[in-house]
Design a protein around this ligand. Structure first.
Ligand SMILES: Nc1ncnc2c1ncn2[C@@H]1O[C@H](COP(=O)(O)OP(=O)(O)OP(=O)(O)O)[C@@H](O)[C@H]1O
Ligand SMILES: [Mg+2]
Length: 300
């Protein structure tokens, strides 16, 4: 009898500890997600895109590139946009940058950006567009020269970026004397020189080989996060999109429309694109986005 009682008591203890642990984990998760949702809901919106459509008019006819797209971008958020080739991704970035005017709908931009619209949006195209007849230093200063804001303060900021991102010793080099990754960093610093609040990145790594691409993506992500920028990245690479973003937007075939959007929550601490790829939720996001892009019905 006493033996029975003892074994009963010896089981009860760990069960209670396990139950308490379970309640503790559940409770802390509940608190964590409540705070996260509250924080996300209260993040100020930098961009509010409402029912945006765009039609190209050419001699050959009309092309509806964007159809009824709506989404918001919060300050500090990193959004990746994926979609089939020719669906309208670059058109969307050109509309946000102000290079094109919407055919319908509107883009509401935060007041802080509107006041300084000329410099507040940095648009980095697929090609780095560095000028061979200018040195690295002259290339990174180009934006400041064009905007007539080559002030000592802005020059000092560019110098700081060149030093921070290991390009200081290459200031006098020509673009052709740099590696692909270094060129991309130069192009990014040239874009950052004007201190834009919002960065539009159109396939910025597509010219690079896979290994360089991974490293440059890591570098760029760190620069963007350290400088506190908001970014929209267009890419064909699903893994790249997930590894960098807080949210991935999947566009349909042309005319581009939002098919799905995925909020990316990873448990990896001190997140970087490379570390994110090892997160246990990564492949699940990859499969879901791949299915959306390829019109494969969900199995769940
Ligand atoms: N200047 C233009 N004049 C007429 N049609 C255009 C123009 N630019 C793009 N288009 C058309 O608009 C559609 C969307 O083009 P866009 O460049 O935005 O696609 P994309 O998603 O960026 O493609 P990719 O992934 O290949 O870069 C395409 O059908 C394209 O032919
Ligand atoms: Mg494009």
């Amino acid at each position: 009898m006493s033996v029975k009682l003892n074994s009963c008591y010896s089981l009860k203890g760990p069960m209670i500890v396990l139950a308490l642990l379970f309640i503790h984990v559940l409770w802390s998760h509940l608190i964590y997600y409540t705070i996260l949702i509250y924080a996300v809901m209260n993040m100020p919106n930098l961009l509010n895109i409402q029912q945006l459509s765009y039609v190209y008019h050419t001699m050959q006819g009309e092309t509806l590139a964007i159809k009824d797209i709506s989404f918001t971008v919060s300050k500090g958020q990193f959004i990746s946009i994926v979609g089939p080739s020719g669906c309208g991704k670059s058109t969307l970035l050109s509309l946000i940058s102000g290079l094109l005017a919407p055919s319908a709908g509107q883009i509401v931009i935060d007041q802080s950006i509107l006041e300084n619209l000329k410099y507040a949006i940095g648009y980095m195209l697929q090609k780095d567009h560095l000028f061979e007849w200018r040195s690295v230093y002259e290339n990174v200063l180009l934006g400041l020269e064009i905007a007539h804001v080559k002030t000592p303060e802005n020059i000092a900021y560019v110098e700081e970026l060149l030093e921070k991102y290991e390009l200081k010793d290459f200031k006098k080099y020509r673009p052709s004397q740099l590696s692909g990754g270094m060129r991309q960093r130069v192009a990014l610093i040239r874009t950052l020189a004007l201190k834009p609040d919002l960065l539009l990145l159109d396939e910025p790594f597509s010219a690079l080989d896979y290994q360089t691409r991974l490293n440059v993506a890591d570098d760029m992500y760190n620069i963007i996060k350290k400088e506190g920028k908001t970014a929209l990245l267009v890419t064909h690479d699903i893994a790249e999109a997930i590894s960098m973003a807080d949210e991935v937007i999947v566009l349909s075939k042309r005319p581009a429309n939002i098919k799905a959007s995925f909020s990316i929550t990873l448990e990896t601490e001190d997140r970087t694109p490379l570390k994110s790829r090892a997160d246990h939720s990564f492949s699940s996001y990859f499969n879901q986005i791949w299915r959306e892009l390829n019109d494969v019905p969900s199995t769940t």
